[in-house]
Design a protein around this ligand. Sequence first.
Ligand code: V47
Ligand code: SF4
Length: 393
Amino acid sequence: MISTTSDAFALVAALDDSNELKQIGEKILRKERISFEDGVMLFEKGSLAFLGALANWVREQKHGHKTYFNRNFHIEPTNVCVFSCKFCSYSRLYAHREEGWELSIDQMLDIVKSYDGKPVTEVHIVGGVHPKMTLDFFTSLLKAIKAHRPDLHIKGFTPVELDYMFRKAKVSVEEGMRIVHEAGLDSLPGGGAEIFHPDIRTQICDDKVDADGWLHIHKAAHDLGMHSNATMLYGHIESFYHRIDHMDRLRRLQDKTGGFNTFIPLKFRNKENEMSHIPESTVVEDMRMYAVARLYMDNFPHIKAYWPMLGRQNAQLSLSFGVNDIDGTIDDSTKIYAMAGSEEQTPAMSTTELVTLIRQVKRQPIERGTLYNEIRDYSNVEPEEPGVDPQLN
Ligand code: V47
Ligand code: SF4
């Protein structure tokens, strides 16, 4: 571990003899913001060791060894979708909707009820865009969940789903956000962002909400006091320039609102989709991605590795490359990544497994709520010991 800033300066000097990279490294260690060009340069020229040392330093300055996870489950209302994103392995076009699934409000409420008495704190609701699942349908769902379990944090719906619902209901973004918030929606997940730059977006997901529409919806949520996350789908046809452009748009909105909690780089997985001919990124590229994200997104408190997509060992590795959050128990309740070819075909981890995974790489496991309120520090809890923590599932 690099304990002091002077150690870090020495390390940066030793690791790289390119003057340009050294200057960027020193800027970071002085806690100055790096520029767009600096970001592209880090991707182009930064070695894994250089990026990793800096990103780990930033991570430890912000969070020490703390590594967050939560106890959550997903509800995927439908995989029928009117859109046709080329990277999506999960959706079935509306024209073939008999091949997909559509859950009723009662079925979704039954999923929530199946967690009665279990110490989950969050439900993550996300799915395809089904023309029959309207704003009214989802406000009824939100109200029903809140009536049943008021303390369960509902993180749900991407701007792709919200934009479609609001348009169909003929309400403005601001009005629509107010309606869903009042019905019980607590925060927004990060999905649907993909790559904002139109040169790439028009090639991979031409027909859904564009960058400005995505950012507008998150801004409207932040203006209501809600928090949200942001993702980026990387490792396909985008260049380093497009990745920095994407992060820069988010960084600028965050300067205005401060409403984002977490940035989540999502590795493109290539099974069973229209982009299957594109090879997946290597683990080295994945770690470089996390590291540059930590260095560029200076105003985002947290960087998350989503373990169902990355796999458990790579999620552990990412904790040395700027990541301080590995999402949650999930409970085998999402199909998005299994269908896209992830190693994790039935993603579920008990709290014991998550705690062990974090401890194995000498980090401090902290259970959090969705908004990063600390629920429990597992540093001194022996989860394997029977009887110590009756709540461990
Ligand atoms: O927007 C779809 C991605 C996202 C593929 O906010 C794919 O806490 C890789 O956003 N390869 C939805 N990725 C999931 C999401 C998310 C997940 C976990 C936590 C949070 C959070 C948000 O899944 C989509 C898209 O970018 N995706 N297909 C694929 N083949
Ligand atoms: Fe539909 Fe989302 Fe798949 Fe795109 S990524 S096709 S919006 S389910």
